[in-house]
Every structure is written in structure tokens, then in C-alpha cells.
Design a protein around this ligand. Structure first.
Ligand SMILES: [Zn+2]
Ligand SMILES: [Zn+2]
Length: 112
């Protein structure tokens, strides 16, 4: 069965391709280029983009209407996590660097 366009509800021919976009949002619908106002000059470029991350207007609306307060809390937590992870990574790096430096000075003194 041919996929159905989420906008005009007519079939999307995949062969030869009639040009469509797959929504990467939650609806997993497909849309003709012309149904989502993709300019003709962009269509060819879009088709060659691997793993294109495009969302239909419905899914975009869902993103935008996302409660911004809880998003901020979420991002704040993520940021704290990130910073503490980075701190760990850096302290590991520092000890590695010191060890390496020690090793190098040893080998230098042995082989002048
Ligand atoms: Zn359509
Ligand atoms: Zn969608």
C-alpha cells in the first residue's frame, strides 16, 4: 500500500518518487513537498539529506506548547549533571596528564 499524505490524504508515489517528507515527530506521517510548502528549489537538496530531521506543523506545535517552566527545570538539572560530569572528566584527565608527564621525565632521564 502506498503511504498516504498527512495533509491532502492522497497517496504518495514512491516510484518514481513524487517527493515527500517524513515527519520525525510523534505522528510518523508523510507529506508531499507541495503540501508542506517546500519551495521547489529546496526539494532536491532535501531529498539528498540523510536522516533529515523534519517535523510537521502539528508536531512542531506540540514542541512549542511544551510547558516552558518544567523545561527550564529539566534543562537546569541537565546542566548541573553536565557540569559535574565535566568536572570528573577533567580531574581524570589531570591525573592522566600528570602520570604521563612523570613517565616521560623518567624515560628522558634514562635515555638522554
Ligand atoms: Zn499531499
Ligand atoms: Zn508530525
Amino acid at each position: 500500500m502506498l503511504p498516504i499524505c498527512g495533509k491532502c490524504h492522497s497517496a504518495i508515489k514512491t516510484r518514481p518518487s513524487s517527493g515527500y517528507l517524513s515527519c520525525s515527530g510523534t505522528c510518523e506521517k508523510r507529506f508531499h513537498f507541495k503540501c508542506v510548502d517546500v519551495p521547489e528549489s529546496l526539494q532536491e537538496q532535501l531529498e539528498s539529506v540523510p536522516g533529515l530531521n523534519w517535523k510537521c506543523s502539528d508536531c512542531l506545535k506540540k514542541c512549542v506548547s511544551f510547558d516552558s517552566d518544567s523545561l527550564n527545570v529539566f534543562l537546569g538539572k541537565k546542566f548541573e549533571e553536565m557540569v559535574s560530569n565535566l568536572k570528573e572528566v577533567f580531574s581524570d584527565l589531570k591525573t592522566d596528564l600528570i602520570k604521563n608527564a612523570e613517565r616521560q621525565t623518567h624515560s628522558w632521564s634514562r635515555n638522554p
